[in-house]
Design a protein around this ligand. Structure first.
Ligand code: G3P
Ligand code: CA
Length: 288
């Protein structure tokens, strides 16, 4: 197996990307690409995360994509919950993985945030059904969490469910209705083995040391991009678009647009949309 290396040591002041951007700006030669606004856990700045209300608002606010985290229940269903434990985002306690879907259907997943109660966990099945019913194409970015007690079962169940919705064998990255993400490289390798055409994002909080062939898109956090803005251009030079999370500050939205980030995960798609509005609207510089 051959690995491609992504150097993480290029500081802002000497970033080739910044240099190229400055030159391209002055000569007017910047290519533009579409930037997709992805609602992180739904419009989670305005509604309880991972609830139907949060996703419906994100769609109404014009999000191009939705992000969700998935975990397996005790009886093998995929549900949209970020934490291993139920305690923070519901009136239940203990691990998600120790409860059945029916048990999770009894819990309130919204009151914790000060919102009206929303009873019942959001299943991935229900979220896919919401998107299937919608008249505008909205891409879903599904993050599998690891390590977990069920190991690779989460990716196997995910690919099976995507197959049921006709999302397991898209013709291209641009037409893919679902993208799968994880901080676990092994998990992304599994997805590529099970469903080679489904695009993958390898998430990374720090400098990614290896670029494995099963990572179609690279997913640095915004702190990483602030410290190393040349990352986007280097990833592009390796044929990898960038997905950046979680981008809420106006100057970070502008930085991502300038660098040519392709997918931007934000808690407030409405605010991000308005920050990006104007000439060129949702297009950003294409990294060279
Ligand atoms: O979109 C990726 C991002 O969600 C990863 O961090 O903790 O919010 O799942 P986290
Ligand atoms: Ca996530």
């Amino acid at each position: 197996m051959r690995y491609l290396w992504v150097s993480a040591l290029t500081p802002l002041a000497v970033s080739p990307a910044a240099d190229r951007l400055a030159t391209a700006r002055s000569t007017g030669t910047i290519d533009r690409v579409h930037l997709e606004v992805v609602a992180h856990r739904g419009a989670s700045a305005h509604r309880a995360e991972h609830t139907l209300a949060a996703y419906e608002l994100a769609i109404a606010d014009g999000a191009d994509g939705l992000e969700c985290d998935v975990r397996l229940t005790k009886d093998g269903h995929l549900v949209c919950v970020h934490d291993r434990l139920l305690d923070r985002t519901s009136d239940g306690t203990g691990p998600v993985s120790a409860r059945t879907l029916d048990e999770l259907a009894e819990l309130d997943f919204a009151s914790w945030s000060g919102a009206e109660p929303e009873i019942g966990v959001l299943s991935l099945d229900a979220l896919l059904a919401l998107l299937a019913d919608h008249d505008r194409p909205v891409r879903l970015f599904v993050e599998t969490k690891h390590p977990i007690r069920y190991g690779g079962q989460v990716e196997r169940e995910l690919v099976r469910l995507l197959g049921r919705y006709g999302k397991a064998s898209p013709l291209s990255l641009d037409t893919a209705g679902v993208v799968v993400m994880s901080f676990s490289s092994a998990a992304m390798r599994r997805v590529k083995r099970l469903a080679p055409a489904v695009p993958t994002v390898l998430l990374t909080a720090g400098p990614p040391r290896k670029l494995p062939p099963w990572a179609d898109i690279l997913g640095p956090g915004i702190r990483k991009l602030r410290a190393d803005p040349g990352f986007v251009a280097r990833a592009a030079a390796r044929g990898r678009p960038t997905y950046c999370w979680t981008v809420n500050e106006p100057e970070d939205v502008r930085l991502c647009a300038e660098l040519g980030v392709r997918y931007l995960a934000t808690d407030s798609p409405s605010t991000t949309r308005s920050l990006l509005a104007g000439p060129g609207s949702t297009t950003v510089a294409k990294p060279k």
